[in-house]
Design a protein around this ligand. Structure first.
Ligand SMILES: C[S@@+](CC[C@H](N)C(=O)[O-])C[C@H]1O[C@@H](n2cnc3c(N)ncnc32)[C@H](O)[C@@H]1O
Length: 247
């Protein structure tokens, strides 16, 4: 992991802000996502699981894992739902978040592999030495949005390089061109420029990605990709099959 001195300014902002939020008690080991978002992620996971039928274990990496809430959710959902054992990996840019994720598993028999890491940095994936040429599920939730727009596509390409053959990348984020994305862009602009707090100020450090543009770019490269939206939450999923070149 690069020392903070060599991190880009935008990443230093992310790290400082999420560290502050952990220290302020906003993110704790008990943190979990809303029922609606859990239902949406569960539905998307259930759709991709048949590709692993017949396997007795798969590897899942949560990139930008935060408190580890989704790691716990995914392990339960996949393990309980299918009986497939899950090798769990996760990294996050913010050391305080990684510490919270560690606390989540304190005293439990099974421990995930957790470390600091940057979604753009090859070492963040390689440090876990995955077998089989990558991870079966490469998962990132509300993390691509934390990057400057010019780095978001690079982040997606980096995530995708670490999907094992036959595996899948699952990016959950808001779409900048959805109704919610446009409404939030306006609220963030008012919060940031007019200093009228319509949203928590740290929301202004997130720029929702253009998911339909990403789907189109993948398809131009003949990579299977789709954007999924839910009825009960404005969150979207960007789901991409491992490209044929992987492995
Ligand atoms: C909104 S939180 C989401 C955390 C977690 N994915 C979840 O949904 O519970 C965003 C997280 O992304 C992390 N993050 C920001 N930029 C990152 C980067 N370049 N690489 C890895 N993690 C990053 C932050 O430290 C923070 O934990």
């Amino acid at each position: 992991m690069a020392a903070s001195g060599s991190l880009q300014a935008s990443h230093q902002v992310q790290r400082a802000e999420f560290g502050r939020l952990v220290n302020a008690g906003e993110f704790t080991p008990a943190f979990s996502h809303s029922d609606a978002n859990q239902r949406f992620v569960a539905a998307c996971i259930d759709e991709v699981l048949p590709r692993f039928a017949g396997r007795d274990r798969i590897s899942v990496i949560d990139c930008g894992c935060g408190t580890g809430a989704w790691m716990e959710f995914l392990a339960d959902r996949i393990g309980d739902g299918t009986g497939i054992a899950v090798d769990l990996f996760g990294f996050d840019l913010t050391p305080e978040m990684v510490a919270v994720a560690h606390q989540r598993w304190q005293g439990r028999e099974r421990q995930p592999h957790l470390a600091e890491g940057n979604i753009l940095d090859e070492h963040s994936y390689a440090q876990f030495r995955p077998t089989g040429g990558g991870f079966d599920i490469v998962f990132a939730y509300d993390v691509v949005q934390q990057l400057p727009r010019r780095q978001q596509w690079t982040a997606v390409e980096t995530l995708l390089r670490h999907v094992a053959p036959g595996g899948v990348m699952m990016v959950f984020d808001h779409d900048c061109w959805s109704r919610y994305g446009i409404k939030m862009a306006l609220k963030k602009a008012v919060t940031w420029y007019l200093r009228i707090p319509l949203v928590p100020r740290y929301y202004c450090n997130a720029r929702y990605p253009p998911l339909n543009v990403f789907v189109a770019k993948m398809k131009r490269q003949s990579v299977g990709a789709q954007r999924q939206a839910a009825n009960s939450t404005p969150k979207c999923a960007f789901i991409v099959d491992a490209p044929l070149g992987n492995g």
